[in-house]
Design a protein around this ligand. Structure first.
Ligand SMILES: [Zn+2]
Length: 397
């Protein structure tokens, strides 16, 4: 089966919302990761989502080229081709894309603020003191000269928009979408600006039948160039008021998913370090439904859930989570058997004491196959936890 069409993807999300289950969305960086994920989805007769970060795209393009758009296209095309061998539906997604001051939306906003405050915007990109004074959240980025640092990782113009354009180009030529959904994570901005930018991007997605994932609140921890390890803990929980504001900003502009935060942290921590509060999701959903009716309930996305016990995952499924990102756990699953292969067979993978090692042991396929199978096994656990096993819509939509 080729990659899910936009209609099939929409049917997948609707079925999950209705059936109280969610799709595992695995971050991949290589062909082995892709094959491991596909194996798991097919074995468990589950539909699913495979996603690419800008860092994965950059990596896949080659370390000399470092082109996150090119590499994302390479990975997406590989998934399109490989997925055609399996009888489940797979959707393609891009993960976190945070704006920076060099992205056009923020550039325009800075320009209008400079005009309003009657100050000049220096050509070197530094931000005048008057703008910091009017917008303390910019100052929260600590080093005023390097606001660019806090708001770095600006990838909206350089990664997200080119990928949307790539899909538009393909559609115009009668080809399928490259990706079925993208994430814009403007949660590093105040909610009003976050939603302004989310509206702008959603309007670009909708004519191309692309679903947009947005985020409000902050996912703690570290991932792919985002470092929220020292963020104020109250920001890790999205308020019901914020959830209502997200609905009001985006309703009617096209289909979107929403990563509301409920204490989630990227990375992996020892038990007890992370306090997840799934009830935050329920409170937010209740507030939105109360104001706008049943149909307003969000399709929610669960980030930063590594190490979450099954009963907490199950609780979120009842509150409208339909996608859960899986990255850290499958990164570990990938590396674990490779480490064992190397440590146990160090005299086979290395040429020690004048010996010649063993070709069969240092052939990269020897350990990448182990990694692939281990990813498939870990993904199988995620799929079971999320209750999407046995529920593929392949052949039905
Ligand atoms: Zn995330």
């Amino acid at each position: 089966m080729p990659i899910a069409t936009p209609k099939q993807y929409a049917a997948m999300l609707d079925a999950a919302q209705k059936g109280n289950y969610a799709y595992a969305a695995i971050n991949i960086t290589s062909i082995s990761g892709i094959n491991g994920a596909l194996q798991a989805f097919a074995d468990l007769k589950s539909d699913g989502i495979i996603q690419v970060s800008s860092g994965a795209g950059e990596f896949a393009s080659g370390q000399k080229v470092k082109d996150s758009v090119l590499g994302s296209i390479v990975l997406a095309e590989a998934i399109h081709t490989l997925a055609s061998k399996y009888n489940v539906l797979i959707a393609l997604h891009t993960d976190h894309c945070q704006p920076g001051v060099k992205d056009s939306y923020l550039k325009n906003w800075l320009k209008s603020e400079a005009a309003r405050l009657k100050v000049e915007l220096p050509a070197d990109g530094t931000i005048p003191e008057a703008i910091f004074a009017a917008h303390p959240w910019l100052r929260d980025k600590k080093d005023p000269k390097a606001v660019d640092k806090g708001l770095r990782g600006g990838k909206v113009d350089s990664w997200l928009k080119p990928l949307i354009k790539e899909t538009a180009k393909r559609r115009a030529a009668g080809q399928p979408n490259l990706f079925q959904s993208h994430m814009l994570d403007a949660s590093n901005l105040p909610l009003e600006l976050n939603m302004g930018m989310s509206q702008e991007i959603l309007k670009e997605c909708t004519p191309n039948e692309i679903i947009l994932e947005v985020e409000a609140g902050v996912v703690g921890g570290k991932e792919e160039g985002m470092d929220n390890t020292d963020v104020d803990h109250s920001k890790l929980y999205t308020t019901p008021e914020d959830m209502v504001a997200v609905y009001e900003a985006l309703n009617g502009l096209g289909r979107y998913m929403f990563a509301a935060t409920f204490g989630n942290v990227h990375g992996h921590y020892k038990p007890g370090a992370v306090k997840l509060r799934p009830d935050i999701l329920k409170k937010g959903q209740d507030a939105v439904v109360k104001k706008f009716g049943e149909k307003a309930a969000f399709d929610l996305v669960f980030h930063g859930g590594s190490g979450t016990p099954s009963h907490e995952i199950h609780e979120t499924l009842g509150y409208g989570v339909i996608k859960m990102n899986i990255d850290t756990d499958t990164q570990y699953a990938f590396t674990r058997p490779i480490a064992e292969h190397m440590f146990r067979g160090f005299d086979k993978v290395l040429k020690v004491d004048g010996e010649i090692g063993e070709k069969d042991a240092y052939d990269p396929r020897a350990y990448l196959k182990l990694a692939e199978n281990s990813v498939a096994k870990r993904m199988g656990e995620a799929i079971t936890d999320l209750k999407s096993d046995g529920k593929t819509l392949f052949g039905q939509v």
